[in-house]
Design a protein around this ligand. Structure first.
Ligand code: VG1
Ligand code: CO
Length: 603
């Protein structure tokens, strides 16, 4: 590859090599205007030469629901990634000196180049060590586990999660703290502040690291350790689950499963954990080789984008259990034969069964939490178990404080996110092993060839006990920003004028607001977290704009309605929700504002 074809930031590191050969030659940033002519000054940090590369801020480096996500091409602009990383280190200040940093990503395009840039900046800013996954790979939950097990200062995750990858799609970066939790807003706000004034990049003058081999490389007092990206995570999961029980369940000839890694990061994890550790046949892992562009797909495990898995599970002859996870392995979709487990139900079902089926929770749950748009199914389990319950804004970063304070054991989001306090990220394989544990437990006395309790049986039994919260989410992806904002303003005006008792179709308003959250642990506030209409029968309609997209606005409409009527439990969710969906579309004038007649994704 010629130098000119490389990403500009990579060019800087290639130039570093030139600089080593000719130590007196000044190597400056070649970007934008005057900076191009400036030479990088040299400093010494921990026995390393560090170039102080002049840079200029980029606009809009503000993190959203989960880190900074932009088009890959944006990230490949000269110093774009480096600016954000330097801003993060500036925000953290002297605290980072002498610390160890974790690093890894979901294998998407530009990840390996990005890792080299991050390693040089970490060294140049005084970290003593970077622990990086082999080939720059590390699933998000695995990064969280590694940070916790190795007591790292924090970690950087290179991922845009469920967003498509490749040169024409998305890249992303996220910082997690020492508990393994996504940085809270007070830190992300500070990083953003730094991005608006970053002027110098502290780049250690070290060569690129060979990330393909496990091992330690030292430069002065700084070292890089390339690690197996599965090991720490596997160790954590083996402390959570009864692997013996799972092994004997998966050995049954009358049970079979398929796990769709969607060409994303969980392929190697599924092979190690499901196949090598738990004995499932290798053929159960579908699309298990990570690809830089997810084979051209959209690595979002839902009924729309995981259509191949859906086809397998809806065939007459199908495995008993199907699951998929997303780009970075934190999301999950659980399927039975011709049966979809809504993620809001999934977290409720896992919570209800955790104590009996999962050894890590055998002492009972400390509490449970869900994001605001997630259905109230979990609330009913919390009431039944008599454990504390919390409702947080969308995004995993709000669960960490609750878990650190010992107030939450299991939590989830409607967006295919499920987790426990074994780590501080949502965890796709945790959800899969939780479901397999529930099935193993339910079937432990069923002789081989007998009638196995299925995924659907588990869900129906749950609804019979608690009632069913019908739930659906409509996504209108990539709407024009102005149209989406106008619709939200229109809804805000309606909320301002609304009174309890107002009628919306057949639904009577109990309350309407823009969701606000005060963290019960540190008192921090998050406002404007979603417009909600709650009706007297407990039904809800909620509108939010996505904070993870990289172009245009994605409108999310969440709809929920509860029934305890046994004759209605088995209704199709879309049928059951049709009247309230109609109300949502009428009140929002969504079609008028966006000219969209149907959503791009229905969950
Ligand atoms: C979406 C989901 C949210 C999730 C976030 C990150 O955010 O709604 O629940 O935590 O993605 O998930 P938004 O702002 O687009 O609605 V992951 O797996 O993509 O990091
Ligand atoms: Co994800």
């Amino acid at each position: 590859m010629r130098l000119a074809q490389l990403a500009p930031d990579v060019r800087v590191s290639a130039q570093n090599r030139v600089a080593r050969a000719c130590p007196r030659m000044g190597v400056g940033s070649s970007r934008r205007g005057k900076a191009a002519k400036a030479s990088a000054a040299m400093a010494t940090v921990a026995g390393l030469n560090v170039k102080q590369v002049p840079t200029k801020p980029y606009e809009g480096q503000k993190t959203g629901t989960s880190g900074l996500r932009k088009k890959t091409k944006d990230f490949m602009q000269e110093n774009y990634l480096a600016n954000w990383i330097q801003s993060l280190f500036n925000a953290l200040g002297d605290e980072v000196k002498g610390q160890s940093l974790g690093l890894g990503g979901d294998g998407r395009y530009f990840g390996k180049e990005a890792a080299q840039i991050i390693i040089k900046l970490a060294a140049g800013n005084g970290f003593k060590k970077v622990v990086v996954g082999q080939d720059a790979l590390m699933a998000t939950p695995a990064a969280s586990a590694m940070i916790r097990r190795r007591k790292l200062y924090g970690g950087l995750i290179m991922s845009a999660s469920h967003n498509p990858g490749g040169p024409d799609n998305d890249f992303g970066i996220k910082f997690n703290y020492s508990g393994g939790e996504p940085a809270p807003e007070r830190i992300t706000d500070k990083i953003f502040g730094e991005t608006t004034k970053v002027a110098t990049l502290n780049m250690a003058d070290i060569p690129d690291i060979d990330l393909s081999k496990v091992g330690v490389t030292k430069f002065g007092d700084f070292e890089v350790e390339v690690v197996d990206p599965v090991a720490d995570y596997l160790a954590t999961l083996s402390e959570v689950f009864d692997f013996g029980l799972l092994r004997s369940f998966l050995a049954r000839k009358d049970f079979s499963l398929v796990f769709d890694a969607m060409h994303a990061v969980t392929g190697p994890y599924a092979k190690r954990i499901l196949v090598e550790e738990l004995g499932a046949p290798a053929s159960c892992v579908k699309d298990g080789v990570p690809s830089p562009d997810f084979n051209g797909g959209h690595p979002d495990p839902n009924l729309t984008y995981a259509e191949e898995l859906v086809k397998i599970m809806w065939a007459e002859q199908a495995p008993a259990f199907g699951a998929a996870s997303d780009g970075d392995g934190d999301r999950n979709m659980i399927l039975g034969h011709k049966f979809f487990v809504n993620p809001s139900d999934s977290v409720a079902i896992i919570a209800a069964n955790a104590q009996a089926c999962i050894p890590y929770f055998k002492g009972g749950l400390k509490g449970v939490a869900r994001s605001m748009p997630t259905s109230g199914a979990l609330d009913r389990v919390a009431a039944d178990l008599q454990v504390p319950f919390f409702e947080t804004p969308t995004g995993w970063k709000f669960f960490g404080n609750l878990m650190d304070a010992g107030k939450c054991s299991v939590c989830g989001e409607e967006s295919f996110g499920t987790g426990g306090d074994h780590i501080r990220e949502k965890d796709g394989i945790f959800a899969v092993l939780s479901w397999l544990s529930i099935l193993a437990f339910a079937n432990k006395d069923v002789p081989e060839g007998g009638r196995l309790t299925t995924v659907q049986d588990v869900a129906i039994a749950h609804w019979k006990k608690y009632g069913r919260n019908f739930f659906s989410r409509y996504d209108y992806e990539e709407c024009a920003d102005a149209d989406a904002n106008k619709m939200m303003d229109h809804l805000r005006a309606i909320i301002a004028a609304a009174k309890p008792g107002d009628k919306f179709g057949d639904f009577v308003l109990a309350t309407a607001d823009d969701f606000e959250y005060t963290d019960p642990i540190d008192g921090s506030k998050a406002s404007k977290q979603g417009l909600r209409f709650i009706f007297t029968d407990g039904s809800r309609i909620i509108f939010r704009l996505s904070g993870t997209g990289s172009s245009g606005s994605t409108i999310r409409l969440y709809i929920e309605q509860y029934t305890a009527d046994p004759s209605k439990l088995m209704l199709d969710a879309q049928e059951a929700l049709a009247p309230i969906v109609k109300v949502a579309l009428e009140v929002s004038k969504l079609q008028e504002f966006t000219s969209r007649t149907s959503p791009t994704v229905i969950t």
